[in-house]
Design a protein around this ligand. Structure first.
Ligand code: ATP
Ligand code: MG
Length: 177
C-alpha cells in the first residue's frame, strides 16, 4: 500500500521523545524539506532548540504556543488558561498543516495536553484524519491514547531503563534543555 505522509508517535516514560523529533528536523533539512514544530506545553521554559532552530531557518520554523507545565509548583496559570492555549495550539497546528508550506509538522508534547484534558483525543484524531496526505506528522509526549496509537503508522515507546534523575542529577544544559 502506498502512503505518502506518515503519522509518527514518540511516547513512553523514557527520555528522548522531543529530541527524536528534532533529529528528524535535522535530517529533513538536509534535503531542504520544510518542517515546523509547534510546542504545546513548555513555552515558559528555555530550551536550546528555541535558539538553534533559527540556524535552520527558513526550512525549519518553531512555534511556541504553550505556557509552562500544568500543575508544577510555580504554575500561576489556571487550568482554564492552559485549556485556551492548548486550543489555540490546535488551531495553529491545523493552519500550519493545511498551509501546504510544510513537509513535516511536529506537535510537541501534544499527548500530554490530551492526557491533562486540555484538549480531547478527538481534536488530535481530527488533525490526523484531515492532514494533506503528503504531510508527515510527528506527535510527542507520554501517555499517547490508544486511539492515536491505533491510527498512527509508526509508534515508538521510549522505555526508561536508567535516568540520571534517579541519582539526583539535575537536568543538564544541552542534554535535557
Ligand atoms: P527530551 O526533550 O530530552 O527528548 P522527552 O521529550 O522524552 O525528553 P518530556 O516528557 O517531554 O521528555 O520531558 C521534558 C523534560 O524532562 C526534558 O528536560 C527531559 O530531559 C526530562 N525527562 C525526560 N524523561 C525523563 C525521565 N524519565 N525522568 C526525568 N526527567 C525526564
Ligand atoms: Mg518532550
Amino acid at each position: 500500500m502506498k502512503k505518502d505522509g506518515l503519522t509518527i508517535v514518540y511516547t513512553g516514560k523514557g527520555k528522548g521523545k522531543t529530541t527524536a523529533a528534532l533529529g528528524i528536523v535535522l535530517r529533513a533539512t538536509g534535503y531542504e524539506k520544510k518542517t515546523c514544530m509547534i510546542q504545546f506545553i513548555k513555552g515558559s521554559w528555555h530550551y536550546g532548540e528555541m535558539d538553534s532552530s533559527k540556524r535552520l531557518e527558513p526550512e525549519f520554523e518553531m512555534v511556541a504556543v504553550g505556557k509552562g507545565f500544568v500543575g508544577i509548583i510555580d504554575d500561576k496559570n489556571s487550568k482554564e488558561d492552559h485549556r485556551k492555549i492548548a486550543k489555540e495550539a490546535i488551531r495553529v497546528s491545523n493552519q500550519k498543516i493545511q498551509s501546504g508550506k510544510y513537509d513535516i509538522v511536529i506537535l510537541d508534547e501534544i499527548n500530554y495536553a490530551v492526557n491533562l484534558n486540555l484538549i480531547s483525543v478527538n481534536d488530535v484524531l481530527d488533525i490526523i484524519k484531515s492532514k494533506p496526505k503528503n504531510v508527515d506528522l510527528v506527535l510527542t509526549g507520554n501517555y499517547a491514547k490508544d486511539e492515536i496509537i491505533e491510527i498512527a503508522d509508526l509508534v515508538t515507546e521510549m522505555k526508561e531503563i536508567k535516568h540520571p534523575f534517579q541519582q539526583g542529577i539535575k537536568a543538564k544544559e544541552g542534554i535535557d534543555f
